[in-house]
Structure formats: structure tokens, C-alpha cells
Design a protein around this ligand. Structure first.
Ligand code: PLP
Length: 292
């Protein structure tokens, strides 16, 4: 069956332990102990990679961010070569589908064991054709932290891709209950941050702008790929702070993420937005086909 998930477990997810090859496991069988800190405290990290037409996009960028997240959480360094082979093994073992998500998860493991838990799960991506062609409705939401969160409160782990996504999911439920598709978080000063699982990019004439990661937001791999495409077309790209009001004068807004690739914003806080359909189609085609 094309949509049965494929699971590979890493007996040695952290570097420094004797290495052991990833092992295929039954994705429908229980995997974790009830006292795994990933479950009891959301204490761990993850990455989601999209393999489009069988090629895992930005694999090295995802692995590098996985390592950065581990450092921020004081987790042992992931055994990157083993994670890479587990990811490729899961991709290889799954029947071909147009888009396959590869989810890498490393938790702090069973309390007191000193051993992390790690696995890679491969499963088909949702169909985002509607969002990719018709655009999405976005609502700004107060993230209720200031722009200098990373320096004043590094323990909040802003900018790490941790398993503690309950609030991100709550934000999505909140906006969906109001008829929108997605949220964009805003700092207490009104600085544009990021979506619950996406990066915002604004286009002003020949310039693409995204908020910088020192605002406590994740450095997006898809936004990075969009920027490289833009540079090849002679557009300029910058990391700049943006206030919500600044977005009014943007001629186009995009939401980027590994799962959706790049989707245009159709409304922002119920105000209609326009976009250049040809430019968007070119950007989407690039994100579908470019390898890194
Ligand atoms: N910001 C957050 C909080 C995310 O969770 C994600 C991805 O899930 C992104 C941004 C976009 O990152 P990427 O393009 O690497 O998927």
C-alpha cells in the first residue's frame, strides 16, 4: 500500500556511542517507553524533509539545522552520518509517491538512561495543490514575546526546532476556527516573526525580504531555497525586520515550508492581496525541482 508509513529506528542516534546501523521497524507497533522525555516533556528535536519525485530536498541543510537544534537544547550531537543513512533508507523503502515527508525525531530518551531515542518516519505529503495555486488566507497573531527574546530568555529555545509544538498547533486551530488557513506571529513591538510551521517572505519590487533569525525564529530551508532562486533571477534578497504595516506595501507575500514549498498569500487579516502568477509559478517550479 502506497500510504503505509515506513519507520527506521536508530539504535545509536547520538555521536560518540558505538555506531549501529538504522533498523527497519513496524510503523504500526509501539515504539517508545512511557517515560521517554520526548513524550513526557516534549524534550527533543525534529526535522521534516520533503522528498519530491524521490529526491530529499535540502537534506544537508536540514541535517545542519538538526545539529544546531541539538546544541541549543544541550542534547548530545546527532550522529549525522547515521541520520543521513536512516533518512535515505526510509526514502528507499517507501513505494514511490510524488512527495514523501521524512520526519527525523531525536528525544532526550528515557529519563536517567543517558541515551537518546531516534527514528525516521516516511509518509506521503498531503496534497497542497489548492494552496499552491489559489493561495492562502493568513491572520497575524500576537506571539507575546519581544524581538530580543533570544538574548533576554535563551531558555525559551526560540529558533530551535523542538518537539514542543503544542502552541504552534493551537495557533493553527485558532486561525482555522476563524476561517483562515494559517497564522503569522508578531512580536510585542509589532515585528513580523514567522508562521507556526513556516517562514514569511515579502516581495517589494525587485527585492525579497524575510525577517532575520535573531528575532527568535527558525532559519527556514525553503525560504533559503526561494532566496537562491531569486538571486539567480537577478532579484535581491535581504534579512530585514518588518512591521506588519510594512507588509501593506509589499507587492507579494509568500509562505514557505518544506511541506507546502511556497504558497502565495491571498488575504492578510482579511485584506485581499495580489500576486504575480507567472513569478509564483516559476518559484514553485524551482522549489519542486531544485535539489538544494
Ligand atoms: N518556522 C517554523 C516554526 C517551522 O516549524 C518551520 C518548518 O516546519 C519553518 C519555519 C519552515 O522551515 P522549512 O522551510 O525548513 O520547512
Amino acid at each position: 500500500m502506497n500510504d503505509s508509513p515506513v519507520l527506521f529506528v536508530l539504535p545509536s542516534p547520538a555521536a560518540g556511542h558505538p555506531s549501529a546501523d538504522p533498523v527497519r521497524a513496524d510503523a504500526s507497533a509501539p515504539l517508545l517507553r512511557a517515560d521517554d522525555l520526548g513524550v513526557t516533556r516534549g524534550d527533543g528535536i525534529f526535522e521534516t524533509i520533503n522528498a519530491v519525485d524521490g529526491y530529499p530536498q535540502a537534506l544537508e541543510a536540514h541535517l545542519a539545522r538538526f545539529e544546531r537544534s541539538a546544541t541549543m537544547l544541550d542534547l548530545p550531537a546527532p550522529a549525522v552520518d547515521t541520520w543521513r543513512s536512516a533518512t535515505l533508507a526510509a526514502l528507499d523503502a517507501h513505494p514511490p509517491v510524488p512527495e514523501l515527508l521524512l520526519k527525523l525525531v531525536m528525544t532526550r530518551g528515557v529519563e536517567g538512561s543517558g541515551r537518546c531515542s531516534g527514528w525516521v518516519l516516511a509518509f506521503p505529503n498531503s496534497d497542497f495543490s489548492r494552496e499552491r495555486t489559489e493561495g492562502i488566507d493568513l491572520i497575524t497573531l500576537d506571539r507575546a514575546y519581544p524581538a530580543d527574546i533570544m538574548t533576554i530568555a535563551p531558555w525559551l529555545l526560540q529558533g530551535a526546532k523542538t518537539l514542543s509544538y503544542a502552541l504552534n498547533m493551537a495557533a493553527l486551530r485558532y486561525v482555522r476556527a476563524r476561517g483562515a488557513d494559517d497564522a503569522i506571529f508578531v512580536s510585542t513591538e509589532g515585528q513580523v516573526l514567522e508562521g507556526p510551521n513556516s517562514t514569511l517572505v515579502a516581495k517589494f519590487d525587485d527585492r525579497l525580504v524575510t525577517p532575520p533569525s535573531d528575532l527568535g525564529i527558525l532559519a527556514g530551508t525553503s525560504q533559503g531555497r526561494l532566496f537562491r532562486w531569486a538571486q539567480q533571477r537577478g532579484l535581491s534578497t535581504t534579512y530585514d525586520r518588518l512591521k506588519v504595516d510594512d507588509l501593506e506595501s509589499a507587492d507579494m507575500l509568500w509562505v514557505c515550508s518544506s511541506g507546502r514549498l511556497v504558497v502565495p498569500v491571498r488575504t492578510l487579516d482579511a485584506k485581499p492581496r495580489t500576486w504575480d502568477a507567472d513569478l509564483h509559478a516559476a518559484a514553485l517550479a524551482h522549489l519542486r525541482t531544485a535539489r538544494d
